[in-house]
Design a binder for this molecule. Structure first.
Ligand code: C2E
Ligand code: CA
Ligand code: CA
Length: 609
C-alpha cells in the first residue's frame, strides 16, 4: 500500500500528465483486485469528463463526455450529484442505471460503486469500481479506494493549478482574450493550406485601435480599459473567442476563414463595422475606430510570412487610410522600403539644408499673365542633382518629417515672398502644400501664422493647398474645423488634386474652400467624347455659383488650354507655361510677366483669387 502511494505521489511530483498518472493508478488497483474495472471521471461545471478507465471500452466512456451529473446518471453521476458514495448492486434493475446499463451489462458488469473525490470543498471527480458480481465493496476495497480518492484529489488539484498557470500565461488579463504568447504558438502550429488534416483556407487580420490614446488622455485609463474590453468582446463575437487575440497595447489579431482576398476584405470590413458602433466606456460615449491589415495564408510560404504581410498591410493602412481595411499585395513591402528611404533622405536633406523652394507659375489662361505661384519642394542631392517632390513626397507620410518639411518650406517661402514684396513686385499669392500630418498637429495655425508674421507677409498673399484625400481624411471633421479656422484668420484654402479622390461637390458646402485645383488626370481627359469634359464643365458651373475659383493643373498643350478656357476655366498651371523655377527665375518672371492688380487686361476683375 505504502509503495503504491509513493509511486503515485512520485508521478504527481514529477509533473506527469494527469491522465497518465490516474491511468497508472487504475491499472495498479485493477492488478490487485482482478475482475474489477476502475474509472475516474472528472466533474467540471456539473458535467462528467472521463480521465481514465483503462479496462472499460472506449465506446462506453466516450458516451460520458459532457454528460450532466444528476441523481439518475448511473453511480458516478449520482455520487457527484449528492457528494456521497453511491453503491448500485444490481445495474440491471436499478433505475439510476436505466440509460447506461446497456453499455456495461453486456460486457459482464453487474454492480458499480462510485465515490466522489472532493477538493477544496467541491466534487472534482468520481472514483468508481465496476464489479462482475452483484455485491457491495469489501473492507479491503474500501481501504484502497480511500487512499485512491485522496491521491486523485492531490493529482487533480495540482493539475488544475498547472492549467490555471498555463491559462494565465496565455491569456490577456484585461480582456480575457488569448495573448501574444498564445498567438505565436497558435500561428506556429498552423498549417498554411488544406492538407490531409483538413485546414480551411485562412487569413490573418491585424487590427490597431486608432483612438485608444485619445480616450486614455481625455477620459482616463478606466475608459481606455473599457474601450479595449469592448473591442475584445466585439472581436470575439465577430470572429470567435479561440481565434481572437490581444497582442498587447491597442493591437488585436484574428485568424479567419477566407478563400481569397475579397473574402478576407469582407470579413475585415464586417469587423470594422462591428467595432465602430458607439460604446459606453466608463460613463463616456466613445466611437471605437480600428485600422486593419490583412494577409492570406494561401499567398505565403510560412505562417510567419502571413504575419509579416499582414503587418506590412496594417502599417500601410495606418499611414494612408486609418479606420479602414488594407489587404496585403505583393510589392507592398518594396513600397515600404522605398518610403523608409524617402523619409530618411528627406530627414538628412533637411538637416543639411538641401531642401529648396521652387515656384511654378499659375497664369490667366486668356492673357498668360502670372497671378501667383505654387511653391514646390525640391531636394538637392549631395551630388548636386535636383529632385522633384514626386521623388520624395512619400516622406510626407511620416508625421515628423512632414512637419519639418512644412516648417522649412514656410520659412523659405515667406522669406522669398518678403523679398519680392520689398522689391515692389506684383506678387498676388503663393500656394503652400500641406500634408495630412500637418493637420494632426494641433498647432498648425500658430505655426503658419508665426512663419508669415516673422517675415511680415500678409496672410492674404498665402494659399494653403490641401489635397482631397486630406480634406476627406479619416478625421475629416478635424480637418474641416481647422480649415474654417485658417480661413477665418485670412488664409485662403485650395482643394488640391480635385477629382482624384472621393470629394464630391456637396462636400464643398460643408467645408468651404476658396479654390479648387482640378487634377492633371482630368485635364488629360479633355478630349472630345470623354466624360472628363462633362465633369470639368460641371465643376466649373458649380464652383462659379459657389464663388470658388478654379485652377487647372498640369496643362501641357495649347489645345488643353483652349479647351479649358472654352469651359470657363480662367486659371491654370502646367509645363505648357512653365515648370517650377528657382526663386531667382521666379522673381524675374514676376517682374516681366505678372498681372499687375488694377491693370488687368480683358474682363477679369484684376486679382486672380
Ligand atoms: P501637386 O501639389 O499636385 O503639385 C503639382 C505637381 O505636378 C508638381 O510635381 C509639379 O511639378 C507637377 N506638374 C506641374 N505641371 C505639370 C505638367 O504640366 N505636367 C506634369 N507631368 N507635371 C506637372 P512635384 O513638384 O514633383 O510635386 C509632386 C507632389 O509632391 C505635389 O503634387 C505635392 O503633393 C507634393 N509636394 C510638393 N511640394 C511639397 C511641399 O512643399 N510640401 C508638401 N507637403 N508636399 C509637397
Ligand atoms: Ca499642390
Ligand atoms: Ca495637385
Amino acid at each position: 500500500m505504502l509503495q503504491f502511494q509513493n509511486s503515485i505521489l512520485e508521478m504527481i511530483a514529477r509533473g506527469e500528465e494527469l491522465q497518465a498518472t490516474i491511468e497508472d493508478l487504475c491499472r495498479r488497483v485493477e492488478a490487485r483486485f482482478p475482475g474489477i474495472a476502475c474509472s475516474v471521471l472528472s466533474v467540471r461545471d456539473a458535467k462528467l469528463y472521463p480521465i481514465a478507465a483503462p479496462s472499460l471500452p472506449a465506446s462506453y466512456t466516450s458516451r460520458l463526455v459532457g454528460v450532466p451529473i444528476g441523481p439518475m446518471v448511473g453511480s458516478c453521476g449520482a455520487a457527484a450529484y449528492y457528494g456521497i458514495p453511491v453503491t448500485v448492486t444490481d445495474i440491471e434493475i436499478d433505475v439510476r442505471w436505466q440509460h447506461y446499463k446497456q453499455f456495461v451489462v453486456p460486457i459482464g458488469f453487474k454492480a458499480c460503486w462510485s465515490t466522489p473525490i472532493v477538493a477544496a470543498d467541491k466534487v472534482v471527480a468520481t472514483f468508481a469500481f465496476y464489479f462482475r458480481e452483484g455485491r457491495e465493496p469489501t473492507d479491503g476495497e474500501r481501504e484502497i479506494v480511500n487512499a485512491c480518492v485522496h491521491l486523485c484529489a492531490i493529482a487533480i488539484e495540482r493539475d488544475e493549478r498547472v492549467c490555471e498557470r498555463e491559462r494565465l500565461t496565455y491569456t490577456d488579463a484585461l480582456t480575457a482574450l488569448a495573448n501574444r504568447a498564445r498567438f505565436n504558438k497558435v500561428l506556429a502550429e498552423r498549417k498554411l493550406s488544406e492538407g490531409a488534416n483538413g485546414v480551411r483556407p485562412w487569413g490573418l487580420l491585424l487590427a490597431d485601435l486608432d483612438n485608444l490614446k485619445l480616450v486614455n488622455d481625455t477620459f482616463g485609463h478606466a475608459a481606455g480599459d473599457a474601450l479595449l474590453q469592448t473591442v475584445a468582446r466585439r472581436l470575439a463575437t465577430a470572429v470567435s473567442m479561440e481565434n481572437s487575440f490581444r497582442l498587447g497595447g491597442d493591437e488585436f489579431a484574428a485568424i479567419v476563414d477566407a478563400d481569397d482576398m475579397p473574402a478576407l476584405a469582407a470579413k475585415a470590413e464586417a469587423l470594422i463595422r462591428e467595432i465602430k458602433r458607439p460604446a459606453e466606456c466608463d460613463g463616456h460615449v466613445v466611437f471605437p475606430a480600428a485600422t486593419i491589415g490583412g494577409a492570406l495564408a494561401a499567398n505565403a510560404v510560412s505562417a510567419s510570412q502571413v504575419q509579416r504581410d499582414a503587418d506590412i498591410a496594417l502599417y500601410h493602412g495606418k499611414e494612408r487610410c486609418r479606420g479602414q481595411y488594407t489587404g496585403y499585395f505583393v510589392g507592398m513591402g518594396t513600397a515600404l522600403t522605398r518610403r523608409f528611404r524617402a523619409i530618411r533622405d528627406v530627414g538628412v536633406a533637411l538637416s543639411e539644408n538641401r531642401i529648396e523652394a521652387h515656384y511654378q507659375p499659375i497664369l490667366r489662361l486668356d492673357t498668360r499673365e502670372i497671378v501667383g505661384f505654387e511653391a514646390l519642394a525640391r531636394m538637392r542631392t549631395r551630388k548636386g542633382e535636383r529632385l522633384s517632390a514626386a521623388h520624395f513626397h512619400e516622406a510626407t507620410l511620416d508625421a515628423h518629417v512632414a512637419a519639418q518639411l512644412t516648417d522649412r518650406m514656410l520659412s523659405l517661402v515667406s522669406a522669398d515672398m518678403r523679398r519680392w514684396l520689398n522689391m515692389g513686385l506684383p506678387l498676388q499669392h503663393v500656394g503652400i502644400n500641406l500634408s495630412a500630418a500637418d493637420f494632426r498637429s494641433d498647432d498648425l495655425h500658430s505655426r503658419l501664422t508665426a512663419a508669415f508674421a516673422a517675415a511680415g507677409v500678409p496672410l492674404r498673399h498665402v494659399i494653403l493647398e490641401v489635397t482631397e484625400s486630406v480634406y476627406l481624411g479619416e478625421r475629416d471633421h478635424v480637418v474641416a474645423d481647422e480649415i474654417k479656422v485658417l480661413r477665418s484668420m485670412g488664409f485662403r484654402v485650395a482643394l488640391d488634386d480635385f477629382g482624384t479622390g472621393f470629394a464630391s461637390l456637396t462636400h464643398l458646402l460643408t467645408v468651404p474652400v476658396d479654390i479648387i485645383k482640378i487634377d492633371k488626370s482630368f485635364v488629360d481627359r479633355l478630349v472630345p467624347a470623354d466624360a472628363g469634359t462633362v465633369i470639368v464643365e460641371g465643376v466649373m458651373s458649380i464652383a462659379t455659383k459657389l464663388g470658388i475659383r478654379v485652377v487647372a493643373e498640369g496643362i501641357e498643350t495649347q489645345a488643353q488650354a483652349d479647351h479649358l478656357r472654352s469651359l470657363g476655366c480662367l486659371l491654370g498651371q502646367g509645363y505648357l507655361f512653365s515648370k517650377a523655377v528657382d526663386p531667382l527665375t521666379a522673381k524675374h518672371l514676376l517682374s516681366t510677366s505678372a498681372q499687375r492688380p488694377g491693370f488687368a487686361k480683358g474682363n477679369h476683375d484684376g486679382t486672380a483669387v
